[in-house]
Design a protein around this ligand. Structure first.
Ligand SMILES: N[C@@H](CCC(=O)N[C@@H](CS)C(=O)NCC(=O)O)C(=O)O
Length: 223
């Protein structure tokens, strides 16, 4: 049985969980708080980052969300998430990387640092300026997803793909942390409502971190 080392609002773990959910791969959750740098976890992943997936029975350890999802793309036929032509797959990979790098740098990373890690690990209050910057960054990113969805049915093209699951993973964490102002982003909100109602998404929306809760609209599939 696979075990996934993660914490509930890690966007990279959510990306993996959405892919596993779509593909119907079973796994057990193991709670890990990477900011504590637990020795046994750092021994397993020298980067000390979540997610990590382990199949102890077969001696397989997978590290890094992209490496993990590509492993399951290669080994599970159901629900291909990097699909289409070579050019189409390149576009899916570009957008996946866009959310994992740029969106994380501008939005998810600062929000996690300010609202969660500072509170839980350092017991200090968030920096209001950094929070404002992250929320401003989210507006710019959602303007871009609105633009993409004006031209395509899904972010990466005509069918749902890893680009959508990755974007939704990051946006869901930013939304949990109160960093998304949905006003004026109807295209993205409509797309996100569709993803939120998928069976792969529902368990994620039900989970909570200690000390830091989401706004009331967060798990409403119609919002
Ligand atoms: N490239 C990695 C990034 C993983 C990552 O940054 N995870 C965060 C939690 S969401 C983490 O463990 N941060 C702790 C650290 O970087 O020390 C992936 O895609 O898995």
């Amino acid at each position: 049985m696979w075990q996934l080392y993660q914490f509930p609002i890690c966007p990279f773990s959510r990306k993996v969980r959405l892919v596993l959910g779509e593909k119907g791969v079973g796994y057990e959750l193991v709670r890990e708080s990477p900011w504590t740098r637990r020795d046994e976890f750092v021994d397993m992943n020298p980067a000390g980052q979540t997610p990590v997936m382990v199949d102890a029975g077969r001696g397989v350890v997978l590290i890094d969300s992209q490496a993990i999802v590509e492993y399951f793309e290669e080994t599970v036929d159901k629900a291909v998430t990097i699909n289409g032509t070579a050019a189409g797959r390149a576009e899916i990979r570009r957008l996946t990387s866009w959310f994992d790098m740029q969106f994380y740098r501008d939005v998810t990373g600062p929000l996690l640092h300010e609202r969660l890690i500072k509170r839980i690990a350092h017991r200090v209050t968030p920096d209001a300026r950094a929070l404002r910057e992250a929320m401003k960054g989210a507006v710019g990113h959602l303007d871009y997803t609105d633009y993409l969805l004006d031209h395509r049915q899904w972010l990466g093209g005509a069918t749902m793909s890893l680009a959508d699951l990755t974007a939704a993973a990051h946006i869901s964490v930013a939304d949990y942390l109160g960093g998304i102002d949905w006003k004026g982003h109807e295209q993205t909100a409509r797309w996100y409502r569709g993803l939120k109602s998928r069976p792969s998404f529902r368990p994620l929306l039900a989970e909570r971190m200690e000390l830091v809760g989401p706004p009331s609209h967060y798990d409403n599939p119609d919002f």
